[in-house]
Design a protein around this ligand. Structure first.
Ligand SMILES: C[S@@+](CC[C@H](N)C(=O)[O-])C[C@H]1O[C@@H](n2cnc3c(N)ncnc32)[C@H](O)[C@@H]1O
Length: 227
């Protein structure tokens, strides 16, 4: 399976080193996502907040936003990530912050069963996914987002704006599925970040379904070049 850390392709553990280069586009994306998570928490009424992160990597977005945030102990989260090294790192980071409500699990985030007892959630993170799956799967995932997010829940998502720029199309798909646009970053930014709020009522998340297959941007880029 692509994305399996034991197979050749992008090493998704090493990939996170880009976050150590202070001026990389990925760091700017990370900071933006962290700021939007923090703002979302600022605006929430008191009480528990449930979060989900699909293909969570090392959880740097959510954990970075929670570090020092006054609502950090209100948040329980499930981070689903395939590479066990990233899962271990997320667990270490959560423990270092004293966050006991963060559950980092190793598994295929494309399966609905991973969220059976955790959806719908107040905050859903789909960061670093849309650039790694086919257009057909992007469309499917936007549909599932309306089942992963509770009514009034916030979806924070990313997609690079490399040509063909899929960012505006993903916005349209989400908006057709009952999401209201809250905020989008500047369209000249190479790494697009969007915040949408679910205004509908979530249908139950069906068991045993596949929402997407993680293909990888490298494979998708090669296929586009050969087309
Ligand atoms: C582009 S990175 C994004 C990581 C994180 N969301 C972020 O924005 O920092 C994609 C992540 O998806 C993980 N991944 C790949 N296939 C996966 C799958 N089927 N299920 C869960 N995670 C997967 C990779 O290991 C990698 O950590």
């Amino acid at each position: 399976m692509r994305g399996d850390p034991t197979l050749p392709g992008v090493d998704w553990h090493t990939w996170h080193r880009a976050y150590d280069s202070p001026d990389s586009a990925l760091v700017r994306r990370l900071r933006t996502v962290q700021q939007r998570i923090a703002l979302d928490l600022d605006e929430r009424p008191p009480g528990p907040v449930r979060a989900l992160s699909l293909c969570a990597g090392q959880g740097r977005d959510l954990l970075g936003a929670l570090a020092g945030h006054p609502r950090r102990h209100d948040v329980t989260a499930r981070l689903v990530e395939l590479d066990p090294r990233n899962v271990a790192e997320a667990g270490r980071r959560a423990a270092a912050l004293g966050l006991t409500g963060i559950e980092a699990v190793t598994g295929d985030a494309g399966l609905t069963d991973r969220y059976a007892d955790a959806a719908p959630a107040d905050l859903v993170l789909v960061c670093g996914l849309f650039g790694n799956i086919t257009d057909a799967d992007i469309e499917r995932v936007t549909g599932y987002c309306a089942r992963l997010c509770m009514s009034g829940g916030t979806l924070i998502w990313t997609r690079n704006r490399k040509r063909p720029d899929r960012f505006p199309w993903i916005c349209r798909l989400l908006e057709e599925r009952g999401f209201a646009r809250v905020w989008l970053n500047d369209p000249d930014t190479p790494q697009g970040v969007g915040v949408h709020r679910f205004t509908g009522s979530p249908e139950p998340l069906p068991a045993g379904e596949r929402m997407f297959t993680f293909v990888g941007y490298d494979v998708l880029d090669r296929a586009r070049e050969q087309a």
